[in-house]
Design a protein around this ligand. Structure first.
Ligand code: ZN
Length: 100
């Protein structure tokens, strides 16, 4: 098998992603929409706001690479995004909105 994970660049609306992303830290995840903490890695929905997670971002992807394969098999619709790309672009958009 020569299948490996390679990052693909895709144009996304970061505000939409923010409302549908599960952000995984070291031991647990938070909801991107309402910041509910202590969600499990395999959370499909936020227990607080009910958001259905379509995206997942790892704060420290290198530490969690081994989890990717199992998670992708369990949740075939889940889209893996790069946390740094997401955060940087969201901060840019927020700054622009602030200056309007
Ligand atoms: Zn939530």
């Amino acid at each position: 098998m020569s299948e490996r994970y390679v990052r693909v660049f895709q144009k996304l609306d970061v505000k939409t992603v923010k409302d549908q992303v599960l952000i995984y830290g070291d031991l647990s995840a938070i909801c991107g929409k309402c910041n509910e903490p202590d969600l499990p890695l395999r959370a499909k929905n936020c227990k607080n706001c009910g958001t259905e997670f379509k995206y997942i971002a790892f704060r420290n992807v290198r530490n969690h690479l081994p989890k990717l394969k199992g998670l992708a098999e369990e949740c075939p619709g889940l889209i893996f995004i790069d946390y740094d790309d997401f955060k940087r672009n969201l901060d840019e958009v927020k700054a622009k909105d602030f200056l309007k």
